[in-house]
Design a protein around this ligand. Structure first.
Ligand SMILES: Cc1cc2nc3c(=O)[nH]c(=O)nc-3n(C[C@H](O)[C@H](O)[C@H](O)COP(=O)(O)OP(=O)(O)OC[C@H]3O[C@@H](n4cnc5c(N)ncnc54)[C@H](O)[C@@H]3O)c2cc1C
Length: 496
């Protein structure tokens, strides 16, 4: 499925897919069950199809003047225009440029897709940031000895040259957490070694966007030195590889709804999948660790770029909350009430704080051992913790600003009905806006904060890249305090 080299209008070679080419690439025999029934093609399920259309529009945007800079860049090693998703940042300026893509995909989906096309490649970039470490690691599984560092480099080039989308699934299925054997039951494990690769079985959860992507990037979540050697595996395979079965959660968006009624949720969703691996073949050149438990504890450093993505998306969403909140004050005429201004102030504080964490993480970025510029993990973890702790209150405050308008929404058909529409139009206008204009704003806020899609997104935000207790533990493990202790001792005259 090599994306052949074409030329842009300016005559520069590119490796970009169109939306139509992306959609065609998903019709590949992948195995998906929705509501207990197997579907032939991912686009046979309306909510998945609407999500695919939204993703396809991102591919088409690569060719437009408006979005070319945010979504593509000139790769210096090949002198070709490629997707920013696979850009390996080498400097702080590269980080700022790469962030344009995160902001673009976040705005495009209203922040409702936590795993847009530029998220999973950020994990490949994280592996590339530690190439010397992975170069030194050796396979501990007899009969299969990949060069992990070479594979990581080839994979990034492959993803970049083919404008690939990937999903990532690192966490394991939820079982009895008090029993280590329960978790071991679903770990991805090497079942056999054969010519040209290995076969693995097990299961992964949750693979957001897996059904709508080309590839799946997998491992067993690390940090556990006791992971059995045959379960110490990082890799990536096409999502249509025989033996991969995706079982979809129920859909929560409103495909086919009028965009007036559901300005965001008519765009579909990324549907989280439970993913079974039943004797799946993984070629040797797609393996990034095999059998080495020490490589598994690299989850934190490797995922730093993905976590920077998560925080940036939340900042973009926070700014949408501020924009929507400001409009509510204007259309309800509540903007002169000091108590209401204070509520908007709370939304502004949240958005500004998230931005500050991102700016700080980038300002404190340092080159890794492979000269990849990595944002500061302490700032990112603190920012992510702040973002998820305050999210429910921020949603509540925005809902509060809306009053009855958030509940009393009637839909376009009611406004257009000759018997009742005129009542709604006459009796519900806002300050300087019609009743329908006011309702469109409320419908947007409903989709972002209150409907089924927003409910899934809020739950997702809370745990998708570690829940708050785990983030606090990471701060304890990763943020150095020696300097602070020394200051206390000096100030207090403690000489021990
Ligand atoms: C909608 C959604 C989408 C997701 N998408 C992805 C994805 O694309 N890729 C991916 O890899 N993962 C994804 N995740 C999974 C996510 O990584 C996990 O939910 C997360 O790691 C928490 O694990 P768990 O849900 O199994 O919690 P459990 O292990 O079942 O624990 C339940 C709760 O107990 C507490 N807890 C448990 N253990 C600890 C501990 N050691 N320290 C502190 N507190 C603890 C936490 O509060 C936790 O939420 C997604 C999750 C959701 C809900």
């Amino acid at each position: 499925m090599d994306t052949s080299v074409s030329k842009t209008k300016a005559g520069i070679a590119h490796r970009l897919k169109t939306g139509a080419e992306f959609k065609a690439s998903l019709d590949d025999g992948r195995q998906i069950w929705v509501g207990g029934k197997k579907i032939e093609k991912v686009t046979d399920e309306p909510a998945l199809a609407a999500g695919v259309d939204l993703l396809a529009s991102m591919f088409d945007d690569q060719f437009t003047e408006e979005y070319a800079d945010a979504t593509t860049y000139l790769e210096p090693t090949t002198n070709e225009i490629v997707s920013r998703s696979w850009q390996v940042p080498r400097s702080q300026a590269d980080l700022v440029d790469r962030r344009k893509m995160i902001e673009y995909t976040s705005l495009k989906t209203g922040g409702t897709f936590g795993r847009p096309p530029d998220l999973a490649p950020a994990i490949a970039v994280g592996l590339a940031a530690y190439l010397p470490t992975f170069k030194k690691k050796k396979s501990l599984i007899d009969g299969c000895s990949p060069d992990f560092a070479e594979n990581i480099e080839h994979y990034i080039a492959y993803g970049r040259d083919n404008n690939l989308t990937a999903s990532e699934s690192l966490a394991g299925p939820q079982t009895d957490r008090s029993d280590p054997k329960a978790a071991e039951g679903s770990l991805l494990r090497v079942k056999s070694v054969e010519a040209g690769g290995i076969r693995i079985s097990g299961a992964k959860t949750v693979g957001s966007i897996a059904a709508q992507a080309n590839e799946i990037f997998f491992t067993n979540l690390g940090g556990i030195q006791s992971t059995p050697a045959d379960a110490c595996v990082w890799g990536s395979v096409p999502i249509n590889t025989p033996g991969i079965k995706m079982i979809s959660r129920e859909m929560v968006s409103e495909p086919g709804a009028d965009p007036f009624d559901h300005p965001i949720s008519h765009l579909g969703e990324e549907a989280d999948q439970f993913i079974v691996f039943d004797n799946v073949f993984v070629p040797t050149d797609r393996i990034f660790n095999l059998g080495d438990p020490s490589a598994m504890s690299w989850y934190g450093p490797v995922c730093v770029f993905a976590h920077w993505h998560v925080l940036t998306r939340l900042a973009v969403k926070a700014e949408l909350f501020v924009g929507a909140g400001q409009m509510v004050l204007e259309v309800l005429g509540t903007d002169k009430i000091p108590a209401v201004q204070m509520m908007l102030g709370e939304l502004i504080e949240y958005a500004q704080t998230l931005r500050a964490f991102i700016v700080a993480a980038e300002a404190l970025a340092k080159p890794t051992e492979a000269d990849v510029m990595a944002p500061d993990v302490g700032m990112l973890t603190a920012g992510r913790l702040y973002s998820i702790q305050h999210y429910p209150r921020i949603i509540h405050t925005l809902q509060e600003l809306c009053g009855q308008g958030l509940v009393m929404r009637f839909g376009k058909a009611a406004f257009e009905n000759p018997d009742i529409g005129h009542y709604l139009k006459d009796l519900l206008p806002g300050h300087g806006v019609s009743a329908m204009q006011k309702e469109l704003l409320m419908n947007f806020i409903w989709d972002m904060t209150s409907g089924a899609l927003a409910g899934r997104v809020a739950l997702f935000e809370n745990v998708n890249s570690s829940p708050a207790p785990r983030l606090r533990a990471r701060l304890y493990e990763e943020v150095k305090r020696d300097g602070f202790v020394a200051q206390v001792k000096k100030l207090a005259g403690m000489d021990w």
